[in-house]
Design a protein around this ligand. Structure first.
Ligand code: FES
Length: 260
């Protein structure tokens, strides 16, 4: 039994009043699941089996229902991860704006691949689907906090600050040493029947599609060949960048229409 497992009953007793308060806010107990998982993740650095079992008991859910929810969301980590979880968006808008280069740069700087953790346990790296911040592509989350408009310089500074302990986003708790990867193991997930294999023709449960996925490539090809240009700035970017507002207004006047 690990030290974390030994300490779990005491942690549960300590967190129970907070969990009860959260549960009381919802009409249906099960609605509190994500909030409870966040509470445990905050203290353990990931969502442990013990935490899932405790939540299932508190909410009257089955273990499978809790596990299904935890494995669905990229904001919950079902295995021990690094002190900084770097989740880079590989969605369409980010891909158009250079996500492939950003991801390649991260992999190079960290020396690990997608779903890898550095040997010192400081960084876990993941390439994720659209983070719903498409107008600020390319973007990522650091311990679930957004970082926008990524450049190599910004990434260098970010990693240096994390290594030096000066990054403004707090490091995650780490109660267990992470493995070098938190990929699903096909033998303990698929062959034992605990996880469906997924779509036909997808041999690995780790193959999440995205960049490299045929549909994405076809879509990108179509965009490139049709030469669709993205001329419009969003309102949010225009407000942040006052120069852009002036430029857009001037441009609008020249074209005989209001700038956006
Ligand atoms: S595609 Fe990256 S945030 Fe939407």
């Amino acid at each position: 039994m690990t030290e974390r497992e030994q300490n779990f009953p005491a942690l549960l007793e300590r967190l129970r009043p907070e969990c009860d308060q959260i549960i009381a806010r919802y009409e249906r107990k099960r609605s509190a699941l994500l909030m409870l998982m966040h509470v445990f993740q905050q203290h353990e650095g990931f969502v442990s089996r013990e935490a899932m079992r405790a939540a299932a008991e508190m909410l009257g859910l089955t273990q499978a229902e809790v596990e299904g929810t935890v494995s669905f969301y990229t904001l919950l980590f079902p295995r021990p991860v690094g002190r900084y979880v770097l989740q880079v968006c590989r969605g369409l808008s980010c891909s158009i704006n250079g996500a492939e280069d950003v991801m390649a740069y991260f992999r190079e700087q960290l020396g690990v691949g997608n779903l890898g953790t550095t040997p010192d346990g400081l960084f876990s790296y993941e390439e994720v689907e659209c983070l719903a911040a498409c107008d600020r592509a390319t973007c990522m989350q650091v311990n679930l906090e957004f970082v926008y408009d990524l450049t190599p310089q910004k990434i260098d500074e970010m990693l240096a600050a994390m290594r030096g302990g000066t990054y403004p986003v707090a490091a995650m708790a780490q109660t267990e040493t992470p493995d070098s990867t938190w990929r699903l193991r096909p033998d303990d997930q698929v062959s034992t029947g605990r996880k469906a294999r997924g779509a036909t023709g997808v041999p690995s449960p780790n193959n999440a599609g995205g960049v490299g996925d045929k549909a994405g490539i076809i879509m990108l090809d179509r965009i490139v060949n049709k030469q669709i240009a993205f001329h419009e700035a969003t309102r949010e970017r225009a407000v942040v960048d006052s120069t852009a507002i002036v430029d857009r207004v001037d441009e609008g006047k020249e074209n005989g229409r209001a700038g956006h």
